[in-house]
Design a protein around this ligand. Structure first.
Ligand SMILES: Cc1ncc(COP(=O)(O)O)c(C=O)c1O
Length: 313
């Protein structure tokens, strides 16, 4: 059984070996003959401003007693032989959990600063400007580790919060999180093949207008289902759909238009929406490269958070 979560009195020898002092601590790790101990002090007011600190009192203990309300300074840890520690109590599991996670946060933040933080200043004309990339800081890494510690494996608390916050951000009623933008495209498309939509349902053999120079997984769901993609060209300036070609691509089998916005630049949504409304077609927006671009919202949109996907600030 793990001793993590045990409160102990820890005996230290002075460096000059002239004597000993005894301090309270919380065991937050163990390895072979050593414990990792985190400092506890009664100087609550002095340290409560530290965001790595947790105040504990007797309600937080499942065994033993504290003489006074105390504070665990989770970043102040040291390793010491087990023989120097005398058990005096145990913290409740949920309090130990909170402290261990703060401990983890502290290490992850340091790791981020050491290994990931970009310290180079941006020099116009010299620094490389990537067309896309990961944008993150220690907060993302801390949440990532926190989620791994839950080890929930399927959608959990972060997914639920993300769906809620993302729908609020977009000003829509619902958002559903899936594993990728490609899956979001597939789901958006497949939802329109539901028999519940009756006449407007997309059936196998129906046609869906899209662009010839587009992203593969904008088109893949159409083919996967057995509908027929009808390709129109893009405008060479914007690499977005040439809206003058839409009418030309229409037939009595056309049920939808499915298009991606190119590299952060929205296609002409007004023209495409008008075309869809005029002919009673669904519009599926592949928004994987256009989160943050503003235009009239469509009926269904798919987003991606993969590193090459665009997010506009
Ligand atoms: C326009 C477009 N659609 C779909 C995707 C697929 O997103 P994911 O890589 O998350 O599957 C991308 C990804 O780059 C994209 O740019």
């Amino acid at each position: 059984m793990s001793d993590v979560g045990t409160l102990a009195l820890v005996r230290f020898e002075y460096t000059d070996k002239s004597g000993w002092k005894v301090r309270p601590g919380l065991i937050t790790g163990e390895y072979l003959n050593d414990y990792q101990v985190t400092f506890i002090t009664k100087e609550v007011n002095k340290y409560s401003h530290e965001d790595t600190s947790v105040i504990i009192d007797n309600d937080d203990l499942s065994a033993g007693r504290l003489k006074k309300k105390s504070i665990v300074r989770t970043h102040k840890t040291f390793w010491i032989e087990k023989a120097q520690c005398k058990r005096i109590g145990t913290l409740k599991t949920e309090v130990t959990d909170k402290i261990l996670r703060l401990n983890e946060e502290y290490f992850v933040r340091n790791y981020y600063n050491f290994a990931h933080k970009q310290n180079q200043p941006f020099i116009p004309g010299k620094s490389r400007v990537p067309y896309a990339g990961r944008v993150y800081d220690e907060k993302e890494m801390i949440n990532l580790v926190d989620s791994a510690l839950d080890f929930w494996l399927t959608t959990g608390k972060y997914a639920e919060r993300f769906e809620r916050d993302f729908a609020d951000f977009l000003g829509v009623k619902y958002s559903f999180l899936v594993n990728s933008g490609s899956s979001a495209n597939l789901l958006a498309f497949m939802s329109l093949t539901s028999p519940l939509l009756e006449d407007r349902r997309i059936k196998r053999g129906d046609e869906v207008i899209t662009v010839a120079a587009g992203f593969p997984t904008t088109v893949a769901p159409i083919i996967q289902y057995g509908a027929v993609p009808v390709f129109v060209d893009v405008d060479l300036e914007t690499a977005n759909v040439d809206v003058t070609l839409l009418e030309h691509a229409l037939s009595n089998k056309t049920k939808a238009v499915m298009l991606a916005h190119t590299l952060g630049n929205p296609f002409d949504i007004e023209a495409v929406s008008q075309f869809c409304q005029k002919h009673n077609l669904w519009l599926i927006e592949d928004n994987c490269d256009a989160l943050g671009s503003t235009y009239t919202p469509s009926q269904l949109s798919a987003f991606s958070f993969e590193p090459s996907a665009y997010i506009r600030e």
